[in-house]
Design a protein around this ligand. Sequence first.
Ligand SMILES: Nc1nc2c([nH]c(=O)n2[C@H]2C[C@H](O)[C@@H](COP(=O)(O)OP(=O)(O)OP(=O)(O)O)O2)c(=O)[nH]1
Length: 139
Amino acid sequence: MNKPRLVVVAGVIEKQGNYFIAQRFDNASQGGLWEFPGGKIEVGETPSQALERELYEELAIRTVTGLWLADSVFDYGDKIVELKGYLSHWQQGEIQLNSHQQMAWVSLSQLGNYQFCAADYPIITALHDYIALKSHTEV
Ligand SMILES: Nc1nc2c([nH]c(=O)n2[C@H]2C[C@H](O)[C@@H](COP(=O)(O)OP(=O)(O)OP(=O)(O)O)O2)c(=O)[nH]1
């Protein structure tokens, strides 16, 4: 039997130098692990539309999708996840945690203290690279 291949979008939201991360419910797939919020792309959606819809459903905030950070493919055994990571810019609303058991705002260096879903590590690397590049090009 072919394994399902899910195409999933995830958004990195920054506020005052910290990044939003959320912990999956213990009883979900990849339970208890941390992630960037997002979810599966539905038929007919662009990645940005899917991400803006998911962040509204999961966190009740309106966002605009920004720069693409990285794509990552990981085989979890029962399914293959193709994760697309983007920056997401918070526009409106206060965060309500509708789909996660915990949230945190953490600095770039603190991201290393959390155990993320395996597919997220290339996104975290791309975020580090992006921030390093940005700090070198800003005067
Ligand atoms: N939203 C999100 N999902 C991620 C990330 N990293 C990662 O491996 N995933 C995986 C976990 C899930 O298997 C899948 C996304 O599914 P989902 O968040 O829409 O919801 P779900 O729990 O209903 O998924 P599933 O159990 O039906 O597979 O992608 C991430 O950073 N954000």
